[in-house]
Design a protein around this ligand. Structure first.
Ligand SMILES: [Fe+2]
Ligand SMILES: [Fe+2]
Length: 476
């Protein structure tokens, strides 16, 4: 295959969205947006795609069997889809503590029975600093062993952040509390508060059980799921709920259905009719802003990158006279352009030095992940490709598709300039941020060849006009 054909083929695969476009100007069900975006949370947690959706389906069935009322079922539904919304906030610490890829450590420790101290120690030893010298592995292992509060701290960061995000999205307190107590155990040995028995919110008890059962069911191991339920009944899990789940595991058709490719569509049918939330443009902005925070929380060195790229992209688009719809797309694309970074290890994102060849190759996958995540969200598909093009350059030297000038429209050219400007002006792990004149010099040195001159000068004008206000995106 020629290089041109090869490029054309790659380009085609990224340009042919398979979803049905959301009707122009119409509102979209919240369930659809959250179910699709929950794949980004699965990626961060190192879980197979669909983990959150399947956990929601298991939880809703258990809630129904337990006789929950309509209000509680609605709280349970949204809490289940957002249960891992805080997952990025402990990723950097997890990677640093274990000296390993956070999304490989997390699923290992999710499935192990913490009450079995020897097993936990063994799993921890297997997870620390893989392929590193023995002394390095010992250093990480002892670092964790000598810090007994570390599990509680990691879980507290995740659960409290997740609860805050649910609150910001306007969900009732019941939804937030369910997320906050997600990892509490019936015997009081869970986290973050060590609540026991009936003191644990009922929805959290259901969600904790549902997410654990899902981990086994995703591997197609129904027997292991039942074994874990029996072994942890009365320790991790509410005994009554564990009995209901065991009954559920006896339902062959249901167990097969939960793993079907249609699960994502089925979960939308479960949204409680009395509380169906439909999102308009304002709510979609709020969701994009919440996910920008999730993305930026992944690394301490990019804590406001997405919100600032959105601010620069929006301001530059206005300078260039984009329509209001165009400006709004630039804003959302800026907020979500790096959502694919949720799938990249913090061992790479936070590395205090240049990346090696393998690490660079993995890093270059993130725009591709952005495309894969956003193209599945009907409400965001108009700018999914734009967001994924943020590392492409006019001369074809960018990634992941190596597009050239003829395939990069003005919105894509603006987004790449906004991304570079923000990246070089912010301090990172291995350097301090540049001043505005230094950053503009870097951009102008690449004008015409790699970057669009009009986009650069529009950004310069936007920054000059917004001197100070561009420091605070909310002021734009
Ligand atoms: Fe990026
Ligand atoms: Fe970026």
């Amino acid at each position: 295959m020629s290089a041109t054909n090869s490029r054309r083929k790659r380009k085609g695969s990224a340009a042919s969205a398979t979803t049905t476009p959301a009707p122009s100007g119409a509102s979209v069900p919240m369930s659809e947006v959250l179910a699709a975006l929950s794949h980004a949370l699965d990626l961060t947690e190192g879980q197979p795609l669909g983990h959150s959706v399947r956990s929601c389906m298991i939880g809703m069935r258990l809630g129904e069997m337990a006789g929950l009322g309509a209000e509680l079922m609605a709280d349970l539904y949204y809490a289940s889809l957002l249960k891992d919304a805080g997952c990025s906030s402990n990723a950097a610490r997890t990677a640093a503590l274990f000296g390993a890829d956070d999304q490989r450590v997390k699923p290992r420790l999710r499935i192990v029975d913490w009450d079995d101290r020897r097993r936990l120690a063994w799993e921890t030893w297997n997870a620390v600093a893989p392929r590193q010298p023995l002394w390095s592995r010992m250093r990480h292992f002892l670092g964790i062993a000598q810090h007994p509060g570390v599990t509680r701290e990691l879980i507290a960061a995740r659960c409290e952040r997740g609860a805050d995000i649910a609150r910001r999205l306007g969900f009732p307190e019941g939804t937030s509390l369910a997320i906050r107590s997600l990892d509490e155990h019936w015997n009081g040995k869970g986290h973050p508060q060590g609540l026991a028995g009936e003191a644990i919110p009922p929805l959290s008890r259901i969600m904790n059980l549902a997410q654990t059962v899902e981990l086994f069911l995703a591997r197609g191991d129904r027997l292991a799921a039942a074994e874990a339920l029996r072994a942890r009944r009365g320790r991790w899990f509410d005994p009554l709920l564990a009995d209901l789940a065991l009954e559920l595991l006896g339902d062959d058709a249901w167990c097969t259905g939960i793993r079907s490719p249609e699960a994502a569509d089925q979960v939308m049918q479960l949204e409680p009719a009395a509380r169906v939330r439909v999102v308009d443009d304002h709510a979609l902005d709020q969701i994009a802003e919440a996910f920008a925070d999730i993305i930026d929380a992944k690394s301490p060195f990019t804590y406001r990158h997405s919100t600032m790229v959105a601010a620069y992209a929006q301001a530059t688009a206005r300078q260039l006279g984009f329509s209001e719809d165009g400006v709004r797309q630039m804003y959302r694309a800026g907020l979500l352009h790096d959502i694919g970074k949720l799938g990249i290890s913090n061992r790479i994102l936070d590395k205090p030095g240049p990346l090696n060849t393998l690490e660079r190759a993995e890093m270059k996958q993130h725009p591709h992940y952005t495309w894969e995540i956003l193209r599945r969200v009907r409400a965001f598909e108009d700018f999914a490709l734009l967001a994924a093009l943020h590392h492409e350059k006019l001369d074809g030297s960018g990634y992941p598709w190596g597009r050239t000038a003829e395939d990069l429209d003005m919105p894509a050219r603006v987004l790449v300039v906004a991304d570079i400007y923000e990246a070089v002006t912010e301090s990172r792990a291995y350097r301090t941020g540049l001043s505005n004149p230094e950053a503009m010099e870097i951009l102008r040195a690449q004008a015409t060849i790699r970057l669009d001159s009009d986009a650069i000068e529009a950004l310069a004008a936007a920054v000059a006009a917004g001197e100070g206000s561009l420091e605070a995106p909310a002021a734009l």
